[in-house]
Write a protein that binds this ligand. Structure first.
Ligand SMILES: [Mg+2]
Length: 490
């Protein structure tokens, strides 16, 4: 029989109780496990019914929490629910019929989100944002994925730290992998939020995630996941006009200052009216929306700019460990060198390694020494050279030396991935979060095959082909370390 587990990430909001009560009423817990990922920073025990499984999250947002949850499950299907939802009657029966006969090419079934409207008045601006969930595609408030597909695409992308766009991102990756996502018939209730002023301002942080979405999925990402075009361009115009007013005043251009001021006022008024007009227009809401409409454009533009600035670091987060090639990367390449007196560091290499050390990034050295197999040097001579390298650089972490030649068919000689995998493991690092810096195509090929991030630092002997084929190239070791440590490097 098909198995279904439910995964609910939560920061312990009181609404979780309503969801759990509806799960008990629908007897979902009798059908499969209900895994609650406790993502609160303080870890006093979250009160849960005895039938729920508590998994502790790492407080890195709902994407990371959902990954914790589904990784703890071995069911065929994972039904993700947000903690501010509530199941409607017969939800489980309908879920079973939603996924019952789906062909293997369908990766997920989306639940219908229903937002109860306020009675006797129109919904406020903040409430309309929640109502938008009813038409949002791929919303994780209720979506049921095949676990095999989650494994295939590596789950949710944890570079999305907010409850924003992480659901669209995984959906686009699943579609890219050739699967479909279909609409199911089951329905889930989603409550209206309150605290309107704060949520509109807080939502602007999502502009940073939009920058990441564009970088990951290209320009057409909004159309593909049904995300409405935002107001960023208008916000930019309004903010630029506001910022230019004092400049025009100082320059004595009073007419220009007047025009700019009018553009700013018109932009702000248009935004405020667009938010006020469809709502209940109570004095309280109108006051709040006027104030936040002044702040929204510059806040949105600021968050977007921040998204652009942090993009390189988000695309390539700092690695957990760095593997270093020896010859041509740390030290000048003297072919088959057996003489410690011949060891000369590459320019800037010692300082670059010191920066990795200060940043707390563990390192290891992975070096091919086929001179041993071919009789040009002895293992002892290589060890003496390595000791000299450490005298000059300080501790470089564990050393891995491949003494074999091409003919030996070992799995450690780069471009084979074996030595890199062993090195990453010895540092306790996930290969996917480990980087390799080297000066040849063999270093990069070994990195690729071991699932590491490779950064090529070409020297005069690096082939043009090797440079062209490298996924990342830095001019030298200091530049490669800059790149790996990101903008925050010191
Ligand atoms: Mg080398």
């Amino acid at each position: 029989m098909t198995t279904i587990d439910v995964v609910i990430p939560t920061v312990g909001r009181s609404c979780l109780g309503r969801l759990l009560a509806s799960i008990e009423r629908e007897r979902v817990h009798e059908r499969g496990r209900v895994i609650v990922v406790d993502d609160r920073p303080g870890k006093t025990a979250l009160e849960l019914p005895a039938w729920a499984t508590r998994v502790v999250g790492r407080c890195a947002g709902p994407a990371a929490a959902r990954n914790r949850g589904w990784s703890a499950s071995d069911a065929d299907w994972i039904a993700f629910l947000d903690d501010d939802t509530e199941l409607t009657p017969a939800w489980l029966d309908q879920l079973e019929s939603d996924i019952g006969d789906l062909p293997a090419t369908v990766a997920a079934s989306q639940g219908r989100i229903m937002v109860p409207r306020p009675t006797g008045r129109k919904p406020t601006d903040a409430e309309r944002a929640v109502i938008g969930l009813e038409t949002a595609r791929y919303a994780s408030a209720d979506i049921c994925y095949r676990r095999s597909v989650l494994e295939l695409v590596g789950g949710f992308d944890e570079r999305f730290p907010r409850a924003y766009r992480e659901d669209s991102d995984i959906a686009l990756r699943v579609l890219d992998a050739g699967f479909d996502i279909v609409q199911g018939r089951r329905a889930t209730l989603h409550r209206l939020a309150d605290d309107p002023a704060r949520s509109a301002l807080r939502r602007q942080a999502g502009n940073r995630d939009d920058v990441l979405m564009a970088a990951l999925h290209g320009r057409g990402w909004r159309e593909r996941c049904g995300a409405p075009r935002g107001r960023l361009r208008r916000h930019l115009l309004t903010s630029a006009a506001a910022a230019a007013v004092p400049v025009a005043v100082v320059a004595g251009r009073r007419t220009l200052a007047g025009v700019l001021g009018a553009v700013w006022l018109a932009g702000t008024a248009e935004l405020a009216w667009a938010r006020i007009a469809p709502g209940p227009r109570t004095r309280r809401e109108v006051t709040g929306l006027l104030a936040t409409s002044l702040a929204l454009p510059p806040l949105a533009v600021g968050q977007y700019a921040r998204g652009l600035l942090e993009l390189p670091r988000r695309l390539h987060p700092r690695p957990d460990a760095v593997l270093l090639d020896r010859d041509g990367t740390l030290v000048v390449d003297v072919p088959h060198n057996g003489d410690p007196r011949e060891v000369r560091p590459m320019p800037g290499a010692q300082e670059a390694v010191a920066r990795l050390r200060r940043a707390g990034v563990p390192t290891a050295v992975v070096t091919n020494q086929s001179g041993i197999a071919r009789g040009f040097t002895t293992a002892d001579q290589v060890a003496a050279v390595n000791r000299r390298v450490e005298q000059l650089f300080g501790p470089l972490g564990p050393w891995f030396v491949c003494p074999h030649g091409d003919e030996d068919g070992c799995d450690c000689r780069k471009p084979e991935p074996g030595m890199l995998l062993t090195a990453a493991r010895s540092l306790g690092a996930d290969p996917a979060r480990t980087a390799m810096i080297g000066d040849t195509g063999a270093d990069m090929e070994a990195a690729r095959r071991a699932g590491l991030r490779g950064v090529l630092v070409p020297t005069a002997v690096t082939l043009a082909d090797e440079v062209a084929n490298a996924s990342e190239v830095a001019s030298d070791l200091p530049a490669a370390v800059d790149r790996l440590l990101g903008a925050a490097a010191t």
